[in-house]
Design a protein around this ligand. Sequence first.
Ligand SMILES: O=C(O)CCC(=O)C(=O)O
Length: 301
Amino acid sequence: MVATRTVEESRWGRPTLRSPSLGLVTEDRTPPLSDQDVEAFWRDGVVCLRGAVPAEWLRRIEGPVEATLTSGESADLGVLAGPGAGGTGRFVAGTDHWRTSEDLRAFAARSPLPAIAADLLRSEHVWLYEDSVLVKEPGSALRTEFHTDAAYFHAAGDAMCTFWVPLDPTDQANGTLTFVAGSHRWERDFRPNLFVTTDPIPGTEGEIVPDVLADPALADQLLSFDLQPGDLTVHHARTLHGAPANGSADRRRRALSVRYCGDGVTWAPRPGVPLNVHHAALAPGAPLGMPACLPVWPPAP
Ligand SMILES: O=C(O)CCC(=O)C(=O)O
């Protein structure tokens, strides 16, 4: 059993609005973000927001998420782990579904997420870097190995975050994420791994990710959250995180990750790291923008 603790996460509905912009999303009945939420994000490198995704958005994205599993946009990550390693359930993942699904594009651009990203990243402008469907079926023996998202981003800057939006109740038994609190401030550049094994991606640079779960010094820094549909976590791109296998017999773990960049982030190609094809147009040092990255905040009129 992973030695994580479930913390008293930050609460929604505190009276302090981070910015007047949040008023624009009240039609989605999203509670305001508090100063404490923003502080938790920058202190721990992750914050849990309860009830952040209205039910109508969840209903809208569920079908498109399922569709990615059979459309050829996603891959079975078991092939990376080798024969027999995957267990009885698949772990299927894909990226950039916003480019093919109008509903997933709308979710990334017009749901409550961009306003939350703007406030958490303390940014005037926010761009979608990519989205990713991550479905760990019951019986999948594959762990998501610890990594930072920054290791896979061709981007430099501090204002980068990932929303992890589950469509099913998630906990340690079926693969909720575990975060190393404060690791976003370690000033260590980690090498990207194969996601379901600790093997680094060939040709990449950086420090090998330490064996987080074996290090007693990190035990107190592990955070995980039991989530219901509508809840989400947001982690900083430099926060180390991973997830256990889905050891349950019948509980799916479907999630959509949505990754954003804010002010000051520039294009910074990383050797050996796979490149999203539509990102190729960006020049090193250039600010993010279309067609590579969809602007999502301020909202389009
Ligand atoms: O869903 C998972 O198992 C991993 C997700 C993740 O690492 C991410 O979206 O940053």
